[in-house]
Design a protein around this ligand. Sequence first.
Ligand code: GRF
Length: 202
Amino acid sequence: KNIVILISGRGSNMQAIVEAARAEKWPARIAAIISNRADASGLEYAAAAGIPTAVVVSKDYPERSDFDAALRAKIDSYTPDLVVLAGFMRILTAPFVEHYDGRLLNIHPSLLPSFPGLATHQQALSFGVKVHGASVHFVTADLDHGPIVAQAAVPVLQDDTEHVLAERVLAQEHIIYPRAVRWFVEGRLSIENGRVHLADQA
Ligand code: GRF
């Protein structure tokens, strides 16, 4: 199985997936790491790890649909079985999402359907929830609302700052995202009327 991972910045989730794939000897390879920003520090990690990298810069394309078409062409040049969004900070157009239907994953730093969108940890603190977390989901045209593959919950503590809470959530992201991607490459995931089913074994 070929996996392509899309990043926009640090790429800590990408790193967790790369390391798990190697340590656990998944029946898969990370075919490429692609970023929409040339300055994404995750690209340095990928290059050092010997993984092909590419950059498709958003500002080079006047229309969102032009960017998505260029990104899709670059992704498909690696013939992916799975595309993983890991800290990828772009909203993708419906044609792009439909092209990768059922093989496009994302991680969102909240317990969906709570707190879609940005600044999720601030949303959690402002609302005063006592439990927060992260969600891995299949990407659909409905932003942050695709079928959920995995979630992890963390407590929200009295003196939490946004940064402290984000770090607590991120630690869990690095556990559930590699696990969800491994389930996909093992062929254990299926979607039945909008809900994800995890088979015991493939
Ligand atoms: C993480 O909080 C993730 O949930 C969100 O982007 C943030 C940065 O992720 N999608 P990474 O360190 O770039 O993987």
